[in-house]
Design a protein around this ligand. Structure first.
Ligand code: 13P
Length: 259
């Protein structure tokens, strides 16, 4: 089954309104100039919350989509500093990253809360990009597959029963590969993506075949092509390299045409 490839830029806590607009302009211009294929992959930009609206204005009329980096599990009310899914929709978001490892470790997001945030995203009509991945200790202990399986299993009680669940995106990001320049080997990536696909299909049947699984962790122009060629890799979640338009464009250009 052909799944549409997607490349997502996670800008994390970097940039101001002006720099975010400049980066967005260069990406849109680069896509127009360099893309010969009529329908390349889907491209999503996830700027910091303060830049969502200005970036959304820059994206008007382009095929590039906007995403948030996080959302509240609640839909409104006394949650100072939080942003809910309808607010993200209101500034033009289609996607939202949920349960990034930097939030799991830094902000106490456990599997239950990640599942509630995923449910909130679905409730508000956003496509959740749910991150899973093991730490270096867990991999060294031989527990990588078990940890990721557990993170996946925690989602299913709150995955909707409708067709909407096909819009779920999973991002496998081994924690030890994030921002370290050390990416997982092709064998490690395929093994984990294969497991995630197996879990999705066992729990969701045919819908599991349609769900996209992204790889994230030190993806660069030099390694993107080999990673994207793997059978169960449907795109990438890019951190550092998404802050440089030529690197990000080169990563997009490395996406194979699977149509
Ligand atoms: P890097 O690409 O900088 O390793 O970050 C990956 C990541 O965390 C994307 O969400």
């Amino acid at each position: 089954m052909a799944r549409r490839m997607v490349v997502v830029g996670n800008w994390k806590m970097n940039g101001w309104v002006e720099t975010a607009q400049e980066l967005t302009h260069s990406i849109i211009t680069g896509l127009k100039e360099h893309h010969h294929r009529s329908d390349p992959c889907e491209v999503v930009l996830c700027p910091p919350a303060t830049c969502l609206y200005p970036v959304s204005r820059c994206l008007e009329g382009s095929m590039v989509r906007l995403g948030g980096q996080n959302l509240s599990e609640f839909d409104h009310g006394p949650h100072t500093g939080e942003i809910c899914g309808t607010m993200l929709r209101n500034v033009g978001c289609w996607y939202v990253i949920v349960g990034h490892s930097e939030r799991r470790s830094g902000c106490g997001e456990d599997n239950e809360r990640v599942a509630r945030k995923m449910a909130a995203a679905f409730r508000d009509g956003l496509q959740p990009i749910v991150c899973v991945g093991e730490t270096l200790d867990e991999r060294d202990q031989g527990r990588a597959l078990e940890v990721v399986r557990e993170q996946m299993e925690g989602l299913f009680p709150l995955v909707p029963h409708s067709d909407q669940r096909q819009s779920l995106v999973i991002a496998y990001e081994p924690v030890w590969a994030i921002g370290t320049g050390r990416n997982a080997s092709l064998e490690q990536i395929q093994e984990m993506h294969g497991l995630i696909r197996h879990v999705l299909c066992t729990r969701l049947g045919e819908d599991g075949e349609r769900i996209r699984i992204l790889y994230g962790g030190s993806v660069k122009p030099a390694n993107a092509k080999a990673i994207f060629a793997l059978e169960d890799v449907d795109g990438g979640l890019i951190g550092g390299a998404s802050l440089n338009s030529s690197d990000f464009l080169a990563i997009i250009a490395a996406v194979p045409d699977r149509s």
